[in-house]
Design a binder for this molecule. Structure first.
Ligand code: IDP
Ligand code: MG
Length: 139
């Protein structure tokens, strides 16, 4: 599997709980190179745009409220098979179903407040990375 990039967010729940450092450490221990990283706070418009695919879901309004409630850390992660590997390190969307040792098992509070985001396919990563990072910010 060639080198690949994926997009990650440390969500407002995890940042507010002081888990940023532990999550960044888990990312590095899992063999990812961090190519971009910054703290930001999503506007309502950004959160709605980022989660556009979920607009018709019943949880959309709550998700946008959650994602805008405080700062997030956005990252671009690189390694072989990065997209699948990062999804594995994150664990299942619902922490009740997440495997032992995954980030969501360790830190997520529930299916909404689940600590981290990760791109789900190469086409998604290709949209999500430039949503937050310019070329000059990717090192
Ligand atoms: P993913 O983050 O594991 O890819 P998605 O299905 O893409 O999961 O959902 C995006 C985000 O929306 C989830 O990470 C979670 O924060 C929230 N979410 C997903 N399903 C539910 C739900 O049933 N209730 C509340 N929030 C949800
Ligand atoms: Mg998703």
């Amino acid at each position: 599997m060639p080198i690949q990039q994926t997009f990650a967010i440390i969500k407002p729940d995890a940042v507010a709980s002081g888990q940023t450092g532990q999550i960044v450490s888990m990312i590095e221990k899992a063999g990812f190179r961090i190519r971009g990283m910054k703290m930001t706070r999503l506007s309502k418009q950004q959160a709605e745009g980022f989660y556009e695919i979920h607009r018709e879901k019943p949880f959309f309004g709550g998700l946008v409220m959650f994602m805008t409630e405080g700062p997030v850390v956005v990252l671009v992660l690189e390694r072989d098979n990065a997209i699948k590997h990062w999804r594995d390190v994150m664990g299942a969307t619902n922490p009740a179903n997440a495997a032992e040792g995954t980030i969501r098992k360790s830190f997520a509070k529930n299916i909404e407040r689940n600590a981290v985001h990760g791109s789900d396919a190469p086409e998604t990563a290709a949209v999500e990375i430039p949503f937050f990072f310019s070329m000059a910010e990717l090192l």
